[in-house]
Design a binder for this molecule. Sequence first.
Ligand SMILES: Cc1cc2nc3c(=O)[nH]c(=O)nc-3n(C[C@H](O)[C@H](O)[C@H](O)COP(=O)(O)O)c2cc1C
Length: 352
Amino acid sequence: MSVTEATRRLGIRTPIIQGPFGGGLSTFKLVATVSNAGGLGSFGAHVTPPDQIATLTREARAQTNQPFALNLWISDHDPGGLQLTQAEFDAVYRRFEPYFRELGVDKPERPQRYHQSYEAQIEALLEARPPVFSFVFGVPSPKIMAECKRRGIVTIGTATSIAEGRALDEAGVDLIVATGMEAGGHRVSFLGRAEDQLMGTFALTQIVAARVKAPVIAAGGIVDGRGVRAALALGAQAAQLGTAFLACEESGTTPEHRAILFSDQAQHTMLTRAFSGRLARGVRNRWTDEVAPTLRTIAPFPVQNWFMSRLRPAAVKAGRTDLVSLWAGQVAPNLKHRTAGALMDALIADLA
Ligand SMILES: Cc1cc2nc3c(=O)[nH]c(=O)nc-3n(C[C@H](O)[C@H](O)[C@H](O)COP(=O)(O)O)c2cc1C
């Protein structure tokens, strides 16, 4: 049962993928634990500067001799999110000002850019040649796809709809993640508004798997072996788990976030643009209650995300969970394991 078209293409032993975490929440320890156990560990690198991608890849290779993925976001800004005039910057700041004051954070200087450039990151990634390149929010250009093939880098794209699955398949992507709206983190749609692409994992996996040549990886709402088996029964060739690994002590999140994932608060997640400017699922807290209803005042990605990231260190230092993103998928209430080793052991035993 454990050998599938996905495990063959990826060169792994069990059809389990640790979903990448952007925003600095990935760790080498988590990647190595999963890859060494026979799954595919993934490192989210969308906030990594291009000149650090080679080091990052070397570090991952030093910790595991098994395949692992580096993950990038193809679209690095939404309309209006690339550059801001000082007046536009000040207007966004005014909306954040009460929270900056509350946390004792000074007004930041207007930056040159709000996010790393995908164009520069992908050049660095091609040079670094990780075993697997996974990506969201788009399809790489034919030139990049050809370079990946030439360099032996396996590609994994991500679809939130049938149309996105087809677009990835036509581009020759090696494997396709079908991610349902149950999933934690961003809704990574690239054809149409994310709000209009809200199919669940159960439906999406079946319909995408029936329409694409590439093996499908189901993501969203899976935390245990039973979920992985269900995904395989629906036509997936592997399952990608995010929230279940985020909750493990090897992930890069805070102990406070982890504690919330294991608490009753995790029963209440929502999709909102309030944290980053792009639609994403996290646990409801004061920030979502106060900012999500004022949708029209939320700045485009990555500007909203950048302002939140200025607040985050002070909020984390003060142990404040009311003003930070608490990413979580809908299935968080069923989380069981607190280490990635224990989670992998349980998943593998269940698939045996
Ligand atoms: C905190 C967090 C950050 C994430 N960041 C990324 C990312 O940068 N790139 C990506 O491809 N997927 C990202 N994801 C999605 C996961 O890799 C995975 O597909 C998803 O969490 C699966 O759904 P689940 O949370 O229900 O298990 C993220 C998920 C979370 C919870």
